[in-house]
Design a binder for this molecule. Structure first.
Ligand SMILES: NC(=O)c1ccc[n+]([C@@H]2O[C@H](COP(=O)([O-])OP(=O)(O)OC[C@H]3O[C@@H](n4cnc5c(N)ncnc54)[C@H](O)[C@@H]3O)[C@@H](O)[C@H]2O)c1
Length: 371
């Protein structure tokens, strides 16, 4: 199969669809890979590394979209890219179609076969191509939170780990799933006092077993959250109610009980955030202050560590990319119900039920298009 990797064109997106190591795996399987010049530079991957891995460099994205049978990307295609997609072509990338009617219509009109990372499932439950980015955001959260706690950043001037004779910071993590667990691991490693709150007893049991006596686990009641938030130096929002807006666990009223200069890192901002006062921010202007509390609400946190994120994403996406290339999309999806769950659009048909429901469009089960 001829596979194409265009350079990402979304603002401040530095990740790339395939690493040179992934290209080498695909060429080892006798596939050919076209990579747009400088596509990997934002992740510290040079054109030379791609050539050494067996890729052919091309100057402009047009050639990739005209020639490639499968396009591998990171972010959803922007309008200019959508115009270039064509019938019979496979698009394998994050799509997030439910809140994006314009993109949904363009992909339907393109006739392409569009497989969304975020809806691929796993036999163990969960969403394996979303997990790596939650891991990155979770691990980044104590790091950005520690920085925001510095006086010059508007924080209360508290060192996360404290020093001998001075207590460590209190870190409260709302949600003990993927990102919450990784946030707790790093916060503990930095020497903070860490409490994780969740409404799932299974999640709390798993955390306690995994992280041991160092982490405190608390069942999520309104009263418990109010008490913990008032005491916290750093609150990390890491909840997810799949498919729904994040529950507003930290209310405006709670903010006035918090310490001046305390920090909220709201990872869940991509689902609206779990604090009433959260609104999306960017890497160039990541924080703002409400009632003396510093808010960090960057919606694409993994972009800050593009290189790590690119490698983590490739570890998850490569096995499916190989299956698609080796077997062709139809057989690969017939053989694997979890990859089949990733099919969102095929030849003008919408094959993802939640997306169809979100837009009031006709839904066609993936099984119907597979014949
Ligand atoms: N900002 C970013 O750059 C970025 C990056 C990656 C992921 N995310 C987002 O982070 C959020 C968390 O993702 P995840 O993969 O960790 O999710 P997850 O499903 O692994 O974990 C979510 C946890 O929240 C708990 N929860 C749900 N509702 C709750 C409530 N009302 N009270 C207490 N606990 C509750 C669940 O029981 C679960 O344990 C998602 O919105 C995800 O999209 C953001």
């Amino acid at each position: 199969m001829l596979i194409g990797v265009p350079k990402e064109i979304k603002d401040n997106e530095f990740r790339v669809g395939l690493t040179p190591a992934s290209v080498a795996e695909l060429t080892h399987h006798r596939h050919s890979v076209l990579v747009e010049k400088s596509a990997g530079l934002g992740s510290g991957l040079s054109d030379g590394e791609y050539v050494a891995a067996g890729a052919t460099l091309v100057d402009a994205p047009q050639e990739i979209f005209v020639r490639a049978e499968m396009i591998v990307k990171v972010k959803e295609p922007l309008a200019a890219e959508r115009k270039r997609l064509r019938r019979g072509q496979i698009l394998y990338t994050y799509l997030h179609l439910a809140p994006d009617l314009a993109q949904t219509k363009d992909l339907l009109a393109s006739g392409a076969t569009c497989i969304a990372y975020e809806t691929v499932t796993s036999p163990h439950g969960g969403l394996p191509l979303l997990t790596p980015m939650s891991e990155v955001a979770g691990r980044l959260a104590p790091q950005v939170g520690a920085h925001a706690l510095e006086k010059a950043q508007g924080g209360r001037g508290v060192l996360l780990g404290g020093v001998p004779g001075v207590p460590a910071a209190e870190v409260v993590i709302l949600g003990g799933g993927v990102s919450g667990t990784h946030a707790a691991t790093i916060a503990l490693g930095m020497g903070a006092n860490v409490t994780v709150v969740d409404q799932s007893n299974e999640a709390l049991q798993r955390l306690a077993a995994q992280l041991g006596a160092g982490v405190r686990t608390v069942y999520a009641t309104r009263a418990a959250i109010a008490e913990l938030v008032a005491r916290a130096d750093l609150v990390i929002g890491a909840v997810l109610a799949p498919g729904a807006a994040a529950p507003k666990l930290v209310t405006r009223a709670m903010l006035s009980t918090m310490k001046p200069g305390a920090v909220i890192v709201d990872i869940a901002i991509d689902q609206g955030g779990c604090c009433e006062t959260s609104k999306p921010t960017t890497h160039s202007n990541p924080t703002y202050v409400v009632d003396g509390v510093v808010h960090y609400c960057v919606a694409n946190m993994p972009g800050a560590v593009a290189r790590t994120s690119t490698f983590a994403l490739n570890n998850a996406t490569l096995p499916f990319a190989l299956a698609l290339a080796d077997k062709g999309w139809k057989q690969a999806l017939k053989d694997d119900v979890h990859l089949r769950a990733g099919l969102n659009v095929h030849d003008g048909k919408l094959t993802c039920k939640p997306v169809a429901e979100a837009h009031g469009l006709v839904y066609t089960p993936a099984e119907d298009v597979l014949g």
